[in-house]
Design a protein around this ligand. Structure first.
Ligand SMILES: [Fe+2]
Length: 387
């Protein structure tokens, strides 16, 4: 039997934050305790149910939602600690107050460690009991609020991250469209190379993937190959478009185009990795290229790939003095130049891809997976291939 005194001014449930009256489940094997607690909580606007042991309490909890369980510690069938564990694991958002005898304070503290929100010592004073129930419900409300906030934050971060990725993709797409337009503008000036950048870029893409390079690097190689001859905008028309052989002086001017291109492109942070390829696109594996005479693996991999792709396109395209050569001839020549003009590993990947595949890539429409540029009716080539 427990002493029960009515509080002078009992606290009321906070209707602002919890408009529905809290549902409380009182669990005790002594019917009188259940009745008194229910009456006390009802005066505060709580809706109460009762169970005489842990098992019955779990049945009620499974049937409908509760905000709080107030449970006796010592009960038959299933004691308070066992019930606490079951409630914590199945209904983590339900608050739990343990009611214990004076001799069970240590067990009550143990219950707190195991997840009880609070405990009441029997025989309990109504004010103390109500304060404990209020504290437990407030704690639960804050926990739910915190959890909702965390979930909302996670959702918000996920949403913002995906928006950021989409924005970055849009920016990259815009950059790539600009690059295509640049490539197109360049080809309008140097008619001999019409479609060349687009084809070479596709060959580079195939080789880079064949070499198993990471996608980030492949992207830079694609950009580098689109822009490889951008420096030719700094070469005077009299040299760039001159029919026939160039003099030594003219050749020297012509050979500044990788450096001019590099200086144009390296200032754009997004294109800095591609700039290295622009600078090195005329280097040769054996060190006889220009502008720096780099050798072997000191040449950026993109430029080593480009060298093979460029030759493939040059040999299989029409020239003023000859028709396009068959892919089989280009294949033999590239194989012969492995270790001289070309990186042997790139040549190996090139040879592992069938002639049919290379032909199919060459014939891909301009609006394929790379941005189209340099379109329009084909014009006759007017000049010899330039360095
Ligand atoms: Fe070039």
């Amino acid at each position: 039997m427990y002493a029960l005194f009515m509080p002078k001014e009992p606290p009321r449930p906070d209707r602002k934050t919890n408009p529905k009256p809290p549902e409380v489940l009182v669990v005790d094997d002594e019917p009188m305790v259940c009745i008194l607690l229910k009456e006390l909580l009802a005066t505060q606007g709580f809706r109460c149910s009762e169970a005489s042991n842990g098992r019955q309490a779990l049945e009620l909890l499974a049937a409908r939602p509760f905000d709080l369980v107030v449970s006796d510690l010592r009960m038959p069938v299933m004691n308070g600690l066992e019930l606490l564990q079951a409630v914590r694991s199945r209904y983590p958002q339900v608050a739990f107050v343990m009611a214990t005898g004076e001799n069970d304070v240590r067990v009550a503290v143990q219950a707190m460690k195991e997840g009880a929100s609070d405990y009441i010592i029997k025989p309990f004073h109504t004010e103390v009991a109500l304060a404990s129930v209020q504290r437990a419900l407030e704690k639960r409300r804050l926990q739910i609020e915190l959890e909702n906030y965390r979930l909302h934050l996670e959702e918000m971060v996920a949403q913002r991250t995906s928006e950021l990725h989409a924005a970055m993709e849009r920016i990259e797409r815009t950059y790539d469209e600009t690059l295509s337009a640049l490539g197109g503008a360049l080809e309008l000036r140097d008619l001999e190379t019409e479609g060349h950048s687009r084809r070479v870029t596709r060959y580079c893409l195939e080789l880079a993937r064949g070499l198993g390079l990471p996608e980030g690097e492949v992207k830079n190689i694609v950009r580098g190959s689109l822009l490889h001859d951008i420096g030719k905008i700094g070469i005077p028309d009299a040299i760039l478009l001159k029919p026939g052989r160039l003099t030594d002086e003219e050749l020297e001017v012509m050979q500044t185009h990788p450096q001019i291109g590099y200086e144009l492109v390296c200032r754009i942070a997004f294109l800095a990795p591609a700039a290295e390829m622009v600078l090195a696109h005329q280097e040769r594996w054996d060190g006889t290229g220009y502008p720096r005479g780099l050798k072997g693996e000191s040449i950026p991999v993109g430029a080593r790939i480009f060298a093979v792709a460029d030759t493939l396109d040059a040999m299989t395209s029409d020239r003023p003095y000859r028709r396009a050569l068959p892919f089989s001839v280009a294949r033999e020549e590239i194989a012969r130049q492995a270790g001289r003009q070309f990186d042997p590993q790139v040549v190996q990947v090139f040879l592992s891809i069938s002639e049919e595949r290379w032909q199919a890539i060459r014939c891909e429409p301009a609006a394929g997976r790379l941005p189209a540029f340099g379109g329009g009716a084909s014009r006759p080539a007017r000049v010899e291939a330039r360095p």
